[in-house]
Design a protein around this ligand. Structure first.
Ligand code: DLL
Length: 448
């Protein structure tokens, strides 16, 4: 597709409104997909240049003129955008539209410093709902399903993002939000929910409370879980599938780019399809910033292609992953993100070994006599970092067995992850349960 057939920003054609499978977009040959990306990139660059002072200044500094961008590869001449840019221009400095054209605001609380504020035009919200409906459909949800939405409603993008997508799909939404776990379980059973949307850690917390109440969620109508917003291991997926009797599907997104629905797995569970008609994905070496060969691990960098209110150019997500453009069994042509291992900010360096909490999680979850709840405590001992793994004994396990369990866990972590750790076995219920994003690491190291 040439620049003269540039599609209008915000237009998506749904070929099968009933089922929300957008065949023409989702199975587009890669060449056509790249042509579409290129056309949309030019529109996005023009929007960013004309309406956001920061982007204009950076383009000028790097000698990029939107109309002179000739190929997708020219993107590499553009500078990166960082979360700190959003903070520095708090609250609306990176908006490409005046506030009266912005239909909704979301914000992330930000563990460090000021919140980052993001905005959407009406068309942005439409596109988001479409992409979220596409994601839910890809996960296995259908019109007519009852979708129990336990993602938090409010400034977090999870609740409203999933809600609008579920409505767009033609499902019945139960807008539960997080918390009130006993009530969640009663409603899942009573209203016959088919689809559960939650963070994976909260899904597991629900399974546990249900078991304590004597409710068998395996006998509910739940068929699919759409889980995301935090890193989770394959071991965690197996645990959830077993305890909830659902197909557990991974969904990814981030507020700076849109919210949930940037990428989602299909029933093949072989990576998350990144919706390339709306986003351009790069994987770079976070140190050298050079592209890594396809299939190698690196930092995901995303450029939005259809966002009006907040166009993002080469946004450094800090999320570490690998991608593949190899064909998927489902027929979709959009690349697959092979799980987000973790954020580069969360990487621990233990005696020279780089470790993500999710790697330790893979060893812990499913192990005999411990439950799948854990926290990692990181301290500085002398000049070295040290990790203590706090795990929890399953109900009914004798305290006399705790030292042997601790030795067993430490031995497996050493052999599978390659680091020496202390392991503390806690009593059932002692590790805090999540109602949203789980806190996996307690960092007690002195602030630099
Ligand atoms: O967590 C959006 C979301 C809501 C995604 C519901 C999926 C489901 P933020 O609060 O801005 O937005 O956090 C974004 O969460 O950069 C990743 O580090 C992490 N993250 C999100 N999804 C996944 C996932 C939402 N499937 C940050 N696997 C991202 C691993 C994830 N990490």
């Amino acid at each position: 597709m040439g620049a003269n057939t540039m599609p209008e920003v915000g237009v998506i054609q749904n070929t099968d409104a009933d089922n929300y499978f957008d065949r023409s977009a989702e199975t587009m040959p890669r060449e056509a997909l790249e042509a579409l990306q290129f056309a949309r990139l030019r529109t996005t660059l023009r929007n960013a240049h004309d309406n956001v002072a920061l982007h204009r200044k950076r383009m000028e500094e790097s000698g990029v003129v939107p109309e002179e961008v000739r190929t997708l590869d020219d993107l590499r001449r553009l500078p990166f955008t960082y979360k700190s840019d959003l903070r520095d221009s708090y609250p609306f400095g990176m908006f490409a539209r005046p506030l009266n054209a912005v239909a909704r605001i979301h914000a992330s609380s930000g563990t460090t410093g000021k919140a980052t504020v993001v905005g959407y035009t009406r068309e942005d919200i439409q596109n988001w709902a479409d992409l979220m409906a596409r994601s839910l459909h890809s996960a296995g949800a259908r019109a007519g399903d009852v979708i129990h939405n336990a993602y938090g409603y409010g400034l977090f993008t999870g609740g409203l993002g999933a809600h609008y997508g579920a409505e767009r799909l033609g499902a019945t939404v139960v807008p539960m939000s997080g918390g009130s776990t006993e009530r969640q379980i009663a409603l899942i059973m009573d209203l016959g929910a088919n689809i559960l949307c939650a963070t994976p850690s909260y899904a597991l917390a629900m399974a546990e409370v249900a078991e304590q109440q004597g409710v068998d969620l395996r006998k509910s109508q739940l068929r699919v879980g759409v889980f995301g917003a935090e890193p989770w291991s394959n071991a965690m997926r197996c645990e959830i599938e077993e305890r909830l009797a659902v197909k557990a599907i991974d969904i990814y997104g981030l507020s700076e780019i849109m919210g949930p629905g940037v990428a989602c797995e299909c029933p093949a569970q072989a990576g998350l399809h990144g919706w390339e008609d709306h986003f351009l994905f790069e994987v770079l070496d976070p140190e050298t910033q050079a592209p890594v060969p396809e299939g190698d691990a690196g930092e995901l960098v995303i450029t939005t292609l259809t966002k009006q209110a907040l166009p993002m150019l080469r946004y450094r997500t800090r999320d570490i992953t690998r991608v593949t453009t190899a064909p998927c069994d489902c027929g979709r042509t959009h690349l697959r993100i092979l799980r987000i291992t973790g954020r580069s900010d969360d990487m621990l360096i233990i005696r020279g070994v780089n470790v993500y909490p999710s790697q330790i999680e893979s060893v812990l979850v499913g192990r005999a006599m411990i439950s799948p709840h854990y926290q990692l405590v990181v301290e500085r001992r002398g000049t070295l970092d040290h990790v203590t793994i706090e795990v929890e004994a399953q109900c009914g396990v004798d305290a006399e067995a705790f030292p042997a369990i601790a030795r067993d866990v430490a031995r497996h972590v050493k052999s599978m992850v390659g680091i020496s750790t202390d392991v503390v076995v806690k009593l059932p219920g002692e590790i805090p349960r999540s109602q949203g994003k789980a806190v996996r690491v307690r960092d007690l190291r002195p602030k630099e």
